[in-house]
Design a protein around this ligand. Structure first.
Ligand code: WQD
Length: 345
Protein backbone atom coordinates (compact mmCIF):
# COMPACT_ATOMS: atom_id res chain seq x y z
CA UNK A 1 0.00 0.00 0.00
CA UNK A 2 1.42 3.36 -1.14
CA UNK A 3 1.76 6.17 1.40
CA UNK A 4 1.59 8.84 -1.34
CA UNK A 5 -1.56 11.00 -1.06
CA UNK A 6 -4.26 9.78 -3.49
CA UNK A 7 -5.88 12.52 -5.59
CA UNK A 8 -9.10 12.13 -7.61
CA UNK A 9 -8.70 13.95 -10.96
CA UNK A 10 -12.00 14.32 -12.79
CA UNK A 11 -11.67 14.88 -16.52
CA UNK A 12 -8.23 13.26 -16.25
CA UNK A 13 -8.32 12.03 -19.87
CA UNK A 14 -8.69 15.61 -21.08
CA UNK A 15 -6.13 18.21 -22.17
CA UNK A 16 -5.35 20.00 -18.89
CA UNK A 17 -6.37 17.05 -16.71
CA UNK A 18 -3.91 14.65 -18.33
CA UNK A 19 -1.02 17.14 -18.11
CA UNK A 20 -1.89 17.71 -14.45
CA UNK A 21 -1.85 13.95 -13.77
CA UNK A 22 1.68 13.78 -15.25
CA UNK A 23 2.75 16.62 -12.94
CA UNK A 24 1.04 15.03 -9.89
CA UNK A 25 2.78 11.69 -10.48
CA UNK A 26 6.14 13.45 -10.74
CA UNK A 27 5.43 15.34 -7.50
CA UNK A 28 4.80 12.43 -5.12
CA UNK A 29 1.06 11.92 -5.52
CA UNK A 30 -0.97 8.88 -6.56
CA UNK A 31 -3.88 9.49 -8.90
CA UNK A 32 -7.24 8.00 -9.77
CA UNK A 33 -8.96 9.55 -12.79
CA UNK A 34 -12.67 9.74 -13.57
CA UNK A 35 -13.80 10.63 -17.08
CA UNK A 36 -16.80 9.86 -19.31
CA UNK A 37 -14.85 10.52 -22.54
CA UNK A 38 -17.42 13.09 -23.72
CA UNK A 39 -14.53 15.19 -25.04
CA UNK A 40 -11.53 12.90 -24.53
CA UNK A 41 -10.24 9.36 -25.11
CA UNK A 42 -9.07 6.57 -22.81
CA UNK A 43 -6.00 6.37 -25.10
CA UNK A 44 -4.69 9.34 -23.13
CA UNK A 45 -3.97 7.05 -20.16
CA UNK A 46 -1.54 5.12 -22.39
CA UNK A 47 0.16 8.40 -23.25
CA UNK A 48 0.48 9.18 -19.53
CA UNK A 49 1.97 5.70 -19.01
CA UNK A 50 4.45 6.25 -21.88
CA UNK A 51 5.64 9.51 -20.28
CA UNK A 52 5.62 8.53 -16.59
CA UNK A 53 5.89 4.74 -16.61
CA UNK A 54 2.78 4.67 -14.41
CA UNK A 55 -0.65 3.28 -15.33
CA UNK A 56 -3.06 5.39 -13.32
CA UNK A 57 -6.28 3.85 -11.99
CA UNK A 58 -9.11 5.22 -14.08
CA UNK A 59 -12.90 4.89 -14.05
CA UNK A 60 -15.27 5.59 -16.94
CA UNK A 61 -18.05 7.39 -15.15
CA UNK A 62 -20.71 10.04 -15.65
CA UNK A 63 -20.39 12.30 -12.65
CA UNK A 64 -23.88 13.58 -13.26
CA UNK A 65 -25.24 10.59 -11.36
CA UNK A 66 -24.62 10.97 -7.63
CA UNK A 67 -24.45 7.19 -7.12
CA UNK A 68 -21.61 7.00 -9.66
CA UNK A 69 -19.66 9.62 -7.72
CA UNK A 70 -20.29 7.87 -4.43
CA UNK A 71 -19.03 4.54 -5.82
CA UNK A 72 -15.66 6.13 -6.67
CA UNK A 73 -15.11 7.26 -3.09
CA UNK A 74 -16.25 3.88 -1.74
CA UNK A 75 -13.84 2.08 -4.10
CA UNK A 76 -10.92 4.48 -3.35
CA UNK A 77 -11.25 5.39 0.38
CA UNK A 78 -7.68 6.80 0.34
CA UNK A 79 -8.75 9.83 -1.76
CA UNK A 80 -7.51 12.89 0.14
CA UNK A 81 -8.02 15.60 -2.50
CA UNK A 82 -10.06 16.37 -5.62
CA UNK A 83 -9.02 18.30 -8.73
CA UNK A 84 -12.19 18.85 -10.75
CA UNK A 85 -11.69 19.44 -14.50
CA UNK A 86 -14.62 17.47 -15.91
CA UNK A 87 -16.97 19.94 -17.64
CA UNK A 88 -18.22 20.93 -21.06
CA UNK A 89 -16.09 23.86 -22.26
CA UNK A 90 -17.20 25.14 -25.66
CA UNK A 91 -18.44 28.73 -25.56
CA UNK A 92 -20.53 28.57 -28.78
CA UNK A 93 -21.93 25.15 -27.81
CA UNK A 94 -23.02 26.52 -24.43
CA UNK A 95 -24.94 29.33 -26.15
CA UNK A 96 -26.73 26.78 -28.34
CA UNK A 97 -27.43 24.32 -25.50
CA UNK A 98 -27.47 26.08 -22.11
CA UNK A 99 -29.51 23.38 -20.36
CA UNK A 100 -26.84 20.69 -20.90
CA UNK A 101 -24.09 23.09 -19.75
CA UNK A 102 -25.82 24.10 -16.50
CA UNK A 103 -26.96 20.55 -15.82
CA UNK A 104 -23.62 18.86 -16.58
CA UNK A 105 -21.16 21.42 -15.24
CA UNK A 106 -23.01 22.28 -12.05
CA UNK A 107 -24.55 18.83 -11.41
CA UNK A 108 -21.17 17.10 -11.40
CA UNK A 109 -19.69 19.77 -9.13
CA UNK A 110 -22.52 19.47 -6.61
CA UNK A 111 -22.26 15.66 -6.49
CA UNK A 112 -18.50 15.84 -5.92
CA UNK A 113 -18.92 18.40 -3.13
CA UNK A 114 -21.54 16.19 -1.46
CA UNK A 115 -19.13 13.25 -1.64
CA UNK A 116 -16.29 15.41 -0.30
CA UNK A 117 -18.44 16.13 2.76
CA UNK A 118 -19.64 12.53 3.13
CA UNK A 119 -16.16 11.01 2.79
CA UNK A 120 -14.24 13.78 4.61
CA UNK A 121 -12.14 14.79 1.60
CA UNK A 122 -10.94 18.25 2.54
CA UNK A 123 -8.95 19.58 -0.42
CA UNK A 124 -10.82 20.71 -3.55
CA UNK A 125 -9.29 22.44 -6.60
CA UNK A 126 -11.78 23.81 -9.15
CA UNK A 127 -11.04 24.47 -12.83
CA UNK A 128 -12.31 27.96 -13.57
CA UNK A 129 -11.72 30.38 -16.44
CA UNK A 130 -10.80 33.98 -17.31
CA UNK A 131 -14.18 34.11 -19.05
CA UNK A 132 -15.72 34.92 -15.64
CA UNK A 133 -14.36 38.49 -16.09
CA UNK A 134 -16.61 39.19 -19.10
CA UNK A 135 -15.72 42.10 -21.37
CA UNK A 136 -13.11 43.92 -19.31
CA UNK A 137 -11.93 47.45 -20.18
CA UNK A 138 -9.18 47.89 -17.58
CA UNK A 139 -6.23 45.56 -18.28
CA UNK A 140 -4.45 43.54 -17.03
CA UNK A 141 -7.15 41.80 -14.97
CA UNK A 142 -6.34 40.78 -11.42
CA UNK A 143 -8.48 38.80 -8.98
CA UNK A 144 -9.63 42.15 -7.53
CA UNK A 145 -10.91 43.40 -10.91
CA UNK A 146 -14.69 43.82 -10.67
CA UNK A 147 -16.43 41.25 -12.87
CA UNK A 148 -18.54 42.34 -15.83
CA UNK A 149 -21.49 40.35 -17.12
CA UNK A 150 -20.40 36.95 -18.41
CA UNK A 151 -20.74 36.46 -22.16
CA UNK A 152 -21.91 32.81 -22.28
CA UNK A 153 -23.57 30.01 -20.28
CA UNK A 154 -20.16 28.30 -20.20
CA UNK A 155 -18.66 31.30 -18.40
CA UNK A 156 -21.73 31.47 -16.14
CA UNK A 157 -21.16 27.84 -15.04
CA UNK A 158 -17.57 28.72 -14.10
CA UNK A 159 -18.64 31.77 -12.08
CA UNK A 160 -21.46 29.84 -10.38
CA UNK A 161 -19.03 26.99 -9.75
CA UNK A 162 -16.69 29.33 -7.87
CA UNK A 163 -19.61 30.58 -5.77
CA UNK A 164 -20.87 27.05 -5.03
CA UNK A 165 -17.40 25.91 -3.97
CA UNK A 166 -16.87 28.98 -1.77
CA UNK A 167 -20.26 28.57 -0.05
CA UNK A 168 -19.76 24.83 0.53
CA UNK A 169 -16.28 25.48 1.96
CA UNK A 170 -17.62 28.14 4.34
CA UNK A 171 -20.44 25.84 5.47
CA UNK A 172 -18.07 22.91 6.03
CA UNK A 173 -16.00 22.04 9.09
CA UNK A 174 -12.82 21.13 7.26
CA UNK A 175 -13.23 21.54 3.46
CA UNK A 176 -10.74 23.96 1.84
CA UNK A 177 -11.07 25.08 -1.79
CA UNK A 178 -9.15 26.89 -4.51
CA UNK A 179 -10.49 28.03 -7.90
CA UNK A 180 -7.95 28.54 -10.69
CA UNK A 181 -8.92 30.96 -13.50
CA UNK A 182 -7.08 29.86 -16.65
CA UNK A 183 -6.42 32.33 -19.42
CA UNK A 184 -5.74 30.65 -22.79
CA UNK A 185 -4.13 27.23 -22.32
CA UNK A 186 -1.89 26.25 -25.26
CA UNK A 187 0.98 23.97 -26.16
CA UNK A 188 1.75 20.32 -25.52
CA UNK A 189 3.97 18.11 -23.36
CA UNK A 190 7.70 18.56 -24.18
CA UNK A 191 7.97 14.85 -25.07
CA UNK A 192 5.34 15.47 -27.84
CA UNK A 193 3.59 12.34 -26.48
CA UNK A 194 0.61 14.23 -25.06
CA UNK A 195 -1.27 17.36 -26.04
CA UNK A 196 -4.62 18.89 -26.96
CA UNK A 197 -6.83 16.37 -28.75
CA UNK A 198 -10.29 17.83 -29.35
CA UNK A 199 -12.71 15.02 -30.22
CA UNK A 200 -14.63 17.23 -32.63
CA UNK A 201 -13.43 20.08 -34.86
CA UNK A 202 -11.31 22.44 -32.68
CA UNK A 203 -12.59 25.92 -31.81
CA UNK A 204 -9.44 27.15 -30.09
CA UNK A 205 -6.85 29.10 -32.08
CA UNK A 206 -3.73 26.99 -31.54
CA UNK A 207 -5.12 23.58 -32.60
CA UNK A 208 -6.82 25.33 -35.54
CA UNK A 209 -3.41 26.72 -36.60
CA UNK A 210 -1.58 23.40 -36.24
CA UNK A 211 -4.29 21.39 -38.05
CA UNK A 212 -4.31 23.94 -40.87
CA UNK A 213 -0.51 23.74 -41.12
CA UNK A 214 -0.82 19.93 -41.22
CA UNK A 215 -3.32 20.20 -44.08
CA UNK A 216 -6.20 18.73 -42.06
CA UNK A 217 -8.05 22.06 -42.42
CA UNK A 218 -7.71 23.85 -45.79
CA UNK A 219 -7.55 27.29 -44.19
CA UNK A 220 -8.89 29.19 -41.19
CA UNK A 221 -10.37 32.61 -40.55
CA UNK A 222 -8.88 35.27 -38.33
CA UNK A 223 -12.04 36.44 -36.58
CA UNK A 224 -11.89 40.20 -36.95
CA UNK A 225 -9.08 42.53 -38.05
CA UNK A 226 -10.80 45.84 -37.25
CA UNK A 227 -10.49 45.84 -33.47
CA UNK A 228 -8.91 48.81 -31.70
CA UNK A 229 -5.65 46.90 -31.07
CA UNK A 230 -2.09 47.28 -32.42
CA UNK A 231 -2.77 45.13 -35.47
CA UNK A 232 -6.58 45.02 -35.45
CA UNK A 233 -6.86 41.45 -34.13
CA UNK A 234 -7.92 40.26 -30.68
CA UNK A 235 -5.50 40.08 -27.78
CA UNK A 236 -5.28 37.04 -25.49
CA UNK A 237 -3.02 35.74 -22.72
CA UNK A 238 -1.67 32.33 -23.84
CA UNK A 239 -0.30 30.14 -21.07
CA UNK A 240 1.53 26.82 -21.52
CA UNK A 241 -0.52 23.80 -20.44
CA UNK A 242 2.47 22.50 -18.43
CA UNK A 243 2.60 25.77 -16.49
CA UNK A 244 -1.11 25.36 -15.74
CA UNK A 245 -0.58 21.73 -14.67
CA UNK A 246 2.23 22.75 -12.30
CA UNK A 247 0.00 25.43 -10.77
CA UNK A 248 -2.57 22.76 -9.79
CA UNK A 249 0.06 20.75 -7.95
CA UNK A 250 1.35 23.87 -6.19
CA UNK A 251 -2.21 24.82 -5.19
CA UNK A 252 -2.77 21.35 -3.75
CA UNK A 253 0.54 21.50 -1.88
CA UNK A 254 -0.41 24.94 -0.53
CA UNK A 255 -3.64 23.47 0.86
CA UNK A 256 -1.80 20.46 2.31
CA UNK A 257 0.84 22.68 3.95
CA UNK A 258 -1.79 25.16 5.20
CA UNK A 259 -0.10 27.99 3.26
CA UNK A 260 -3.49 29.46 2.34
CA UNK A 261 -4.83 31.51 5.23
CA UNK A 262 -8.40 31.68 3.86
CA UNK A 263 -10.71 28.64 3.59
CA UNK A 264 -11.47 29.50 -0.06
CA UNK A 265 -9.29 31.42 -2.50
CA UNK A 266 -8.96 31.96 -6.25
CA UNK A 267 -6.03 32.70 -8.54
CA UNK A 268 -5.46 33.86 -12.12
CA UNK A 269 -3.26 31.58 -14.20
CA UNK A 270 -1.89 33.56 -17.13
CA UNK A 271 1.45 34.64 -18.59
CA UNK A 272 0.64 38.34 -18.19
CA UNK A 273 1.53 38.87 -21.88
CA UNK A 274 -1.17 40.10 -24.25
CA UNK A 275 -0.64 38.60 -27.72
CA UNK A 276 -2.68 39.37 -30.86
CA UNK A 277 -3.95 36.62 -33.16
CA UNK A 278 -1.52 37.72 -35.90
CA UNK A 279 1.38 37.70 -33.43
CA UNK A 280 0.42 34.16 -32.38
CA UNK A 281 0.40 33.09 -36.02
CA UNK A 282 3.80 34.75 -36.56
CA UNK A 283 5.21 32.84 -33.58
CA UNK A 284 3.94 29.58 -35.07
CA UNK A 285 5.49 30.43 -38.46
CA UNK A 286 8.83 31.20 -36.78
CA UNK A 287 8.87 27.92 -34.83
CA UNK A 288 7.53 25.59 -37.54
CA UNK A 289 8.79 27.24 -40.72
CA UNK A 290 5.25 26.89 -42.07
CA UNK A 291 2.86 29.68 -43.08
CA UNK A 292 -0.67 28.30 -42.39
CA UNK A 293 -3.41 29.38 -44.84
CA UNK A 294 -5.73 31.92 -43.31
CA UNK A 295 -7.87 34.87 -44.28
CA UNK A 296 -9.00 37.93 -42.37
CA UNK A 297 -12.72 37.62 -41.75
CA UNK A 298 -15.65 38.83 -39.68
CA UNK A 299 -15.58 39.07 -35.90
CA UNK A 300 -16.80 36.02 -33.92
CA UNK A 301 -19.84 36.62 -31.70
CA UNK A 302 -18.94 36.53 -28.01
CA UNK A 303 -15.25 37.38 -28.46
CA UNK A 304 -13.87 40.06 -26.18
CA UNK A 305 -11.40 42.45 -27.89
CA UNK A 306 -8.60 42.05 -25.39
CA UNK A 307 -7.88 40.29 -22.12
CA UNK A 308 -4.65 39.42 -20.34
CA UNK A 309 -3.79 38.71 -16.74
CA UNK A 310 -2.03 40.03 -13.70
CA UNK A 311 -1.09 36.69 -12.11
CA UNK A 312 1.11 38.13 -9.37
CA UNK A 313 -1.17 36.75 -6.62
CA UNK A 314 -0.31 33.17 -7.67
CA UNK A 315 3.37 34.17 -7.68
CA UNK A 316 3.17 35.62 -4.19
CA UNK A 317 1.02 33.00 -2.47
CA UNK A 318 1.63 29.83 -4.51
CA UNK A 319 5.17 30.75 -5.57
CA UNK A 320 4.02 29.94 -9.14
CA UNK A 321 5.57 31.62 -12.18
CA UNK A 322 5.01 30.65 -15.82
CA UNK A 323 8.16 29.13 -17.32
CA UNK A 324 7.30 28.67 -21.00
CA UNK A 325 7.19 31.31 -23.75
CA UNK A 326 4.72 31.73 -26.60
CA UNK A 327 7.34 30.31 -28.98
CA UNK A 328 7.63 27.20 -26.80
CA UNK A 329 3.84 26.81 -26.83
CA UNK A 330 3.79 26.96 -30.63
CA UNK A 331 6.84 24.70 -31.00
CA UNK A 332 5.40 22.03 -28.66
CA UNK A 333 1.94 22.27 -30.26
CA UNK A 334 3.46 21.72 -33.70
CA UNK A 335 5.63 18.78 -32.56
CA UNK A 336 2.49 17.23 -31.02
CA UNK A 337 0.63 17.63 -34.36
CA UNK A 338 3.56 15.89 -36.12
CA UNK A 339 3.35 13.06 -33.56
CA UNK A 340 -0.39 12.65 -34.23
CA UNK A 341 0.32 12.50 -37.97
CA UNK A 342 2.82 9.67 -37.35
CA UNK A 343 0.17 7.79 -35.33
CA UNK A 344 -2.32 8.08 -38.18
CA UNK A 345 -0.14 6.27 -40.71
C1 WQD B 1 -8.49 32.92 -29.18
C2 WQD B 1 -8.45 34.05 -30.20
C3 WQD B 1 -10.45 34.25 -31.51
C4 WQD B 1 -10.06 30.50 -33.70
C5 WQD B 1 -11.61 30.18 -24.91
C6 WQD B 1 -12.66 30.12 -23.86
C7 WQD B 1 -12.06 30.47 -22.51
C8 WQD B 1 -10.88 29.58 -22.25
C9 WQD B 1 -9.87 29.67 -23.37
C10 WQD B 1 -11.22 27.61 -20.88
C11 WQD B 1 -9.77 34.81 -30.28
C12 WQD B 1 -9.25 33.89 -32.39
C13 WQD B 1 -9.81 31.54 -32.82
C14 WQD B 1 -10.04 30.74 -35.10
C15 WQD B 1 -9.49 33.03 -34.66
N1 WQD B 1 -11.30 28.23 -22.08
N2 WQD B 1 -9.53 32.78 -33.31
N3 WQD B 1 -9.75 32.01 -35.53
O1 WQD B 1 -12.28 32.26 -27.14
O2 WQD B 1 -10.15 33.39 -26.22
O3 WQD B 1 -11.16 31.51 -25.01
O4 WQD B 1 -10.54 29.33 -24.58
O5 WQD B 1 -10.80 27.97 -19.84
O6 WQD B 1 -13.05 30.28 -21.53
O7 WQD B 1 -13.65 31.03 -24.18
O8 WQD B 1 -10.04 31.08 -27.18
O9 WQD B 1 -8.69 29.93 -28.88
O10 WQD B 1 -11.20 30.19 -29.28
O11 WQD B 1 -9.70 32.18 -29.45
O12 WQD B 1 -9.23 34.18 -35.09
O13 WQD B 1 -10.28 29.85 -35.97
O14 WQD B 1 -8.25 33.48 -31.49
O15 WQD B 1 -11.26 35.22 -32.17
O16 WQD B 1 -9.48 36.17 -30.52
P1 WQD B 1 -10.97 32.17 -26.44
P2 WQD B 1 -9.93 30.76 -28.73
Amino acid sequence: MSNRPLILVTGGAGYIGSHTIIELLASGFDVVSADNYANSSARTYERIQQITGITVDHEEVDLNQYENCKRIFEKYPRISGIIHFAAFKSVPESVANPYSYYSNNLGSLLHLLKCAETFAVNQFIFSSSCSVYGNIQSLPVSEQTPLNAVESPYAATKLMGETILRDCVLASEKLRGIALRYFNPAGAHPTALNGELPINAPNNLVPVITRTAMGLIPSFTVFGSDYDTRDGTCIRDYIHVCDIARAHVMALQALQENKITTRFDLFNLGSGNGVTVLEAIQSFEKMSGIKPNYKLGERRAGDVMAIFSDSSKAATILNWQPRHSLDEMMDSAWKWELQLAKERV
